[in-house]
Design a protein around this ligand. Structure first.
Ligand SMILES: Cc1cc2nc3c(=O)[nH]c(=O)nc-3n(C[C@H](O)[C@H](O)[C@H](O)COP(=O)(O)OP(=O)(O)OC[C@H]3O[C@@H](n4cnc5c(N)ncnc54)[C@H](O)[C@@H]3O)c2cc1C
Length: 377
């Protein structure tokens, strides 16, 4: 029997396995994921987005010590040629973040902890939990759910249009196009449009419903420290917590640097930025509500993830069969140690009613690990 099975091996699951094995000294930890390679989903989504810098600061990464990425960039200048940091917040380049993540995985043999497969159900057995996967049964004393967000947000007119977060989407594999539209108002839409415009200057439109709203992070940095979370801790009603989390989230915003890049690309006519709402798509024509039309033989959605609880039907069945408590929004009601019930713990978006709006981010993985270290050791 495993001591701990982490379901999901993205940024959260991989970082948690690192902390549980190499800091907490827990043995028999495994990470279940359909992808054999750690961070596969993150690698695909982030590469497709065209991001050049992380939105988060240098202390947010999958190494153990907060300064690990900074220290790595200083000691390996040859392995991270594009290593640089942007601004006062020291946001690392995407290339550096990726090189460091690969280094951490390799040095700590985190890939060896992986079990390939997808969880279908979790059932209580006498001594722990049995996880049924598409490749057989796994038994563990504790399970941590780190499954990330799954469902994408898709406007009603956009049926059949690729989304940058779709499982089969590859930005570089797109068939040739004359004019592309990236649709969305957040940082991924802006980065995607900039990346497409680098490929074909002047042949790309960024279409957003409203003017770009600027915010350094997607939630106030006070949520990374304890100050804002105290507000959640003082709120026993989890439906009220949902309201606090939603209010605190700056979704659909772009960082100042990316907003400036869009404005400059627009001024240089490499990229057209239009504000408008699509009423209808007919062949290669987008009809906007205000009567304008846009010609585009390639439309890509970058409208983010749905706010619905991740996990879909299989997790709903687990909730029903194990009687796990949820708030009205469907998200887990967990305790300080992120324990949901019956030996099941959570990380990522599933922990947001306890950790706040930063829970899905890398900062959230680090927060979750601190608490899980305590409750699983
Ligand atoms: C383009 C982009 C840029 C971002 N930039 C930043 C940033 O700069 N800073 C920051 O802090 N955050 C950023 N984020 C937010 C967040 O950090 C990432 O989304 C991160 O990948 C979340 O990690 P995760 O492990 O929760 O999810 P994922 O990376 O999606 O991993 C979840 C894993 O769970 C697996 N899984 C799901 N269901 C099952 C199942 N039933 N059984 C087994 N495995 C399962 C999936 O296959 C997947 O591998 C960004 C997000 C995106 C999309």
């Amino acid at each position: 029997m495993l001591n701990c099975l982490i379901i999901g091996g993205g940024i959260h699951g991989t970082y948690l396995s690192h902390v549980l094995v190499h800091r907490a000294g827990i043995d028999r930890v495994r990470v279940l994921d359909p992808h054999i390679e750690p961070l596969a989903r993150w690698n695909r989504l982030s590469a497709n987005s065209g991001m050049r810098f992380m939105r988060s600061p240098a202390a947010h990464h999958i190494g153990l010590e907060a300064n690990a990425l900074l220290a790595y960039s200083r000691s390996h200048p040859e392995r991270s040629p594009t290593a640089d940091f942007r601004g006062r917040m020291l946001k690392p380049s995407y290339a550096l973040f990726q090189t460091h993540a690969r280094h951490v995985i390799e040095c700590n043999r985190l890939a060896d902890l992986r079990v390939q497969g997808r969880a279908h159900t979790i059932a209580a057995n006498g001594r722990g939990l049995t996880v049924e996967t598409d490749r057989g049964l796994l038994h563990a004393r504790r399970v941590v759910l780190a499954i990330g967000r799954t469902a994408v947000r898709r406007p009603g007119w956009a049926e059949g249009i690729p989304h940058v977060f779709d499982a089969d989407f590859k930005r570089d594999d797109q068939s040739p196009w004359v004019h592309a539209v990236g649709f969305g108002g957040g940082i991924t839409a802006a980065q995607l449009a900039l990346a497409l415009a680098r490929q074909r200057p002047g042949q790309v439109t960024l279409l957003s419903r409203r003017r770009l709203r600027v915010s350094e992070f997607d939630a106030s940095s006070c949520w990374v420290g304890p100050a804002c979370r105290k507000q959640l801790a003082r709120t026993p009603d989890f439906d009220a917590r949902r309201h606090i989390v939603n209010q605190a989230r700056h979704s659909g915003t772009v960082s100042p640097v990316v907003a400036t890049a869009v404005r400059q690309a627009h001024e240089r006519r490499e990229l057209i930025h239009k504000v408008g709402e699509v009423a209808l798509r007919q062949d290669d024509t987008l009809h906007l509500y205000d009567g304008r039309t846009l010609q585009a033989d390639r439309v890509i959605l970058a409208t983010g993830f749905s706010a619905r609880r991740p996990g879909g039907r299989w997790l709903s069945q687990v909730i029903d069969s194990l009687g796990l408590p949820t708030a009205a929004c469907g998200y887990p009601v967990v305790d300080w140690g992120l324990h949901w019930g019956k030996g099941i713990h959570v990380s990522g978006p599933l922990a947001e009613l306890e950790l706040g709006p930063a829970a899905p981010n890398i900062a959230g993985a680090r927060l979750a690990a601190q608490r899980l270290h305590g409750s699983l050791s």
